[in-house]
Design a binder for this molecule. Sequence first.
Ligand SMILES: C[S@@+](CC[C@H](N)C(=O)[O-])C[C@H]1O[C@@H](n2cnc3c(N)ncnc32)[C@H](O)[C@@H]1O
Length: 416
Amino acid sequence: MLNGRSLAAVLPSHLASVDSGQRPLVMELVYSTLREWPLLEGISRQLLRKPLRKKDADVHALVLLGLQQLRGTRIAHHAAVSETVAVCRELRKNWATGLVNGVLRTYQRQTAELIDNLSPAEKAALPEWMYQQLAKEWPHHLTKIAAASSSRPPMSLRINTRLCSPEEYKQRLHAEGIAFSADGLSNTAVTLARPIDVESVPGFTAGQISVQDVSAQLAAILLDAKPGETVLDACAAPGGKSCHIAERQPELKTLIAADIDAKRLEKVIANRDRLGLGFDCIAMDAAHPGDELGVGRFDAIVADVPCSATGVLRRNPDIKIHRGKTDIRHFAQQQTDITHGLWPLLKPGGRLLYVTCSILRAENDAQVEAFLEHHEDAAVEPFDTEVGIATEYGQQVLPAAEGGDGLYFSLIRRAL
Ligand SMILES: C[S@@+](CC[C@H](N)C(=O)[O-])C[C@H]1O[C@@H](n2cnc3c(N)ncnc32)[C@H](O)[C@@H]1O
């Protein structure tokens, strides 16, 4: 359906051709179908006499979309069935009308039995390999992780304290009738009771606000940059954490936001400028940074490395289709290369905050463990603020249906 491309790459151009009033519904259907994909596949597997051919992947996706409308929306069932069947004609696949109609109607009649027959991974709406891995690593949290990974993510905001006090902003939300809850760990974080269009968030264009998950907001808090420090955010795009670091600590000596992807770096620059912040943005491969940035220059480095994104499945649900077990090895290698590449840039006595949005040990504790084995001058330090679950080398925040995303943090200190 996505031809191997990510949803983020494919969806915007498709949405542009949809009437603006219909876009929220289309987004909701696309995202919720992808979030439930393994479960819906399990149902369709039982209902299709034989799997559809590769060239009919559109009909397959349509079946799942129809099932999701019946299961997870308030769309009247007869309308869901007839509209889904009608799409077959639009696809010029009239032959599929009977098949789609039959599958959806049988689902309506045999829902309980079909759900009963699903495998545990399908019931959890997780790919089999991921389910098995998480069952091994987080047996007591698996149900909650699965529920969070299929949930509609909350919309959280970060208040830019350079331009607006948290009290002032919260009063403004009250005054505008926007319901929210405040986060316990950070007084600059609020979560809206209902997501709204970003452009309608009060103060967004004026730079008072950023949209950022509450768990992601922990990075700058845990780094706790001090006045006069020189800081490098080495995998910075789109800039959420760099901007937060700059907002929290106006008296840094230097902050550099780097990313390997020059195009994505443009987003960091746009966010920085919208928020009225000033720091340098550079394109750089953190695995091979060279000496120009300055060996032993930085008091603190943030390595928010590329990863499986298993902690943020609900925001990138196409990962449930795309990601395979072998990808984890590839990410782990990138993570190793980046942390090893960055280490010489750190001052003796400096700290590296290692961050992932993964909940898999291979990308988290196992990475840090291997790093410590290679670097005699490295030691893990506990955080002043406790977040999530303490692991051997860091803190794991698990994704929560009513809370933040899943992120891992570890603080590695370089010996003096
Ligand atoms: C998890 S995202 C960072 C999110 C960001 N820190 C934020 O809070 O908005 C990982 C980033 O790492 C970048 N990246 C991947 N490989 C890299 C490398 N070798 N050097 C520097 N950046 C890299 C990607 O382009 C991507 O933007």
